[in-house]
Design a protein around this ligand. Sequence first.
Ligand SMILES: [Zn+2]
Length: 229
Amino acid sequence: MYKFFKKNLGFLVVILIFLLLSTIIFQAVLTASKAYNGITILLDAGHGGRDGGSVGVNGTVEKEINLTYTLKLKEKLINSGYRVELTRKNDDGLYSNLAKNKKLSDMQARFNIIKKTNPSLVISIHMNSFPDHSVSGANTYYRASDEASQKVANLIQASLNTYCGAPNTLAKPGDYYILNCSYYTAVLIECGFISNPTEELKLNDEAYLNSLTDAICSALMLYFGVQSI
Ligand SMILES: [Zn+2]
């Protein structure tokens, strides 16, 4: 027996390593398949590139903070088992540099990504601005007369009201390209007013970034009926 082991030691070591690796790969595949809940969410950070969006009283640039909120939300949704795709992943706009109408080109590119992704839900992230600097609060919008979009928008708004002190309102119908360009369930969240100096500071605070993205995640758990893993 000893002789057999000695003679075949190399072969046995190879078998052992193979079994060990198979177990590790099998466990990894098992964990990955358990983590994905079958739902794809497309996150759309508003503006980008030459289109900066609004600018806050203390200089917050909307396109930049939109991306910060989008990336944080992406991280949390992936941890909760969703597959997440993004329209834009960096500061660049999605328009072609050759396009005469850059805004139109940017919007068409976002529409093409929606079609290609075929998501269960589109969430567009923006920051609000208003001439009256006292106006504040997060607002959620949906495509008028779209039941599914209205339902998820109301759940998000209720969550924002509870966890982020948003004004106690319902979600509102909104006439935005990203909501109207397709028949996919879609909401647009104006996370707060960067034209309000107090709210602008709050929106730039890490703790508030976490509260607001947590509020969105918990609303989605209610909407899709899946538990956080
Ligand atoms: Zn915007």
